[in-house]
Ligand binder design. Structure first.
Ligand code: ADE
Ligand code: ZN
Length: 332
C-alpha cells in the first residue's frame, strides 16, 4: 500500500476525467437500493458477484446489460448515480468530468429527452454542491444497429442540453466495426457535437483506430492500444496531436501478462514511448475497483511514469477536455 502522503498527492492535484461510463460508477450500495426500489429480478448473490469479482471489461458489460434490462427504470436513478459520482471524485482532485451514457438499451424504460434532462440536472446539481464541472457524452451502443445510432443522434439534435456536448461509441468492439456507424457520426459532427470513439480496446486490429481517426474524424480516442502495432498510424496520430484517453486497469494485454511484463510491455507505456499524447482515466471505477486517483497512481507506481510525465498528462487531459479556450486558460 501507498504511504499516506502519496495517497494525498494523487488525490489532491487537479485533474480531468474524460473516460468514465455513468453506469460504471454505480456504487454497490446504490445498486442494491435501485434493485429494491425498482423491484427488478436481480438477486443479492448476483449483485455481490458483480462487485466482488474485479470484473474484466467483458464482464462489466454484462453488469451494464442487467442494469439496462431490469433495474434503471426511472430517469431519477441516472441523476442519482451522476451526483453520487461527482461527490466521490470531488475528493480526488477532479475538477471536470465527462460521463458516457447509452440510451439505446434504456429505450424501453424512458425517452431520450427525459433521461438526458435528468442526468443534466444531476450534473448541474453536482457542480453546485461539489464544484466539479460535469458534462455528458451520449454514446452509441455498437452491439445495436446503425439505425439505432442514427436515432440516438437525431434525439441529441432534437433535444439539446448545454451539458450534453459530444458523441461516443462503446460496448463490444469485436465484429462491431466503427465504419458501420459513419452516418450517425457525420450527423453529430455536422450538428456541432464533439466526437470520440472506443477503438483498439479489445485486441482488435489497429484498423479500428485508423477508421475512428480518418473516417469518423474523431477528436479523441478512447483506449486505442492496438495503434502500437502500426508505427505509421502512430506518426499520423502524432501529427494530428490526437489525445488518447487510456485506462491503466483495462487492456486486452491484462489477460495474458504477468505483473512484471505488465509494467514493461503495457501498451500505455509503448504508446508513451512512441510519442503519443495520453492521460489516464478510470472507465468503470466501481466495477474495476479503481478510483480515479488510483489510476494516476498506477501510472506512477506500476507503469513507471515520472512525476514530470504525469504533469504533462494533466495538461493533456485539460487540452483534450471539451471546454472552451477561455475555460481552459482559467484552469491552467
Ligand atoms: N462500456 C463500459 N465500459 C466499457 C468498456 N471498457 N469498453 C466498451 N464499452 C464499455
Ligand atoms: Zn470505456
Amino acid at each position: 500500500t501507498l504511504p499516506t502522503e502519496w495517497q494525498n498527492f494523487f488525490s489532491e492535484f487537479p485533474k480531468a476525467e474524460l473516460h468514465c461510463h455513468l453506469l460504471g460508477t454505480t456504487s454497490r450500495e446504490t445498486f442494491i437500493d435501485l434493485v429494491r426500489d425498482s423491484g427488478a429480478p436481480v438477486s443479492m448473490e448476483e449483485i455481490e458477484g458483480f462487485y466482488t469479482r474485479g470484473e474484466k471489461p467483458v464482464g462489466v458489460l454484462r453488469i451494464f446489460r442487467a442494469l439496462e434490462a431490469h433495474i434503471l427504470r426511472k430517469p431519477e436513478y441516472l441523476k442519482r448515480i451522476a451526483i453520487e459520482h461527482m461527490a466521490c471524485v470531488s475528493k480526488q482532485g477532479v475538477r471536470y468530468i465527462e460521463f458516457f451514457w447509452n440510451w439505446t438499451g434504456l429505450k424501453h424504460f424512458m425517452t431520450f429527452e427525459a433521461a438526458q434532462r435528468a442526468i443534466c440536472e444531476g450534473l448541474r446539481e453536482g457542480e453546485a454542491r461539489y464544484g466539479v464541472i460535469g458534462r455528458l457524452v451520449p454514446s452509441i451502443d455498437r452491439e445495436a444497429t446503425p439505425e439505432d445510432a442514427v436515432e440516438l443522434v437525431s434525439e441529441m439534435i432534437a433535444h439539446r442540453e448545454p451539458e450534453s456536448i459530444g458523441l461516443g461509441i462503446d460496448y463490444r468492439e469485436t465484429n462491431h466495426e466503427p465504419e458501420n456507424f459513419w452516418k450517425a457520426y457525420f450527423m453529430a459532427r455536422d450538428a456541432g457535437f464533439h466526437i470520440t470513439a472506443h477503438a483498439g480496446e479489445f485486441g482488435e486490429h489497429w484498423r479500428n483506430v485508423e477508421t475512428a481517426i480518418d473516417l469518423l474524424k474523431c477528436e479523441r480516442i478512447d483506449h486505442g492500444y492496438t495503434i502500437i502495432d502500426n508505427p505509421e498510424l502512430v506518426q499520423h496520430a502524432k501529427l494530428l496531436n490526437m489525445p488518447f484517453a487510456v485506462v491503466p486497469t483495462n487492456s486486452y494485454y491484462l489477460r495474458t501478462f504477468t505483473d512484471e511484463e505488465w509494467a514493461q510491455k503495457h501498451p500505455i507505456r509503448r504508446m508513451h514511448e512512441m510519442g503519443l499524447k495520453l492521460f489516464p482515466n478510470s472507465d468503470d471505477p466501481t466495477m474495476h475497483h479503481i478510483r480515479i486517483s488510483e489510476s494516476w497512481y498506477l501510472m506512477f507506481n506500476f507503469l513507471g511514469f515520472t512525476l514530470a510525465d504525469l504533469r504533462a498528462m494533466v495538461e493533456n487531459s485539460i487540452d483534450a477536455a471539451w471546454v472552451t479556450d477561455a475555460e481552459k486558460a482559467e484552469w491552467k
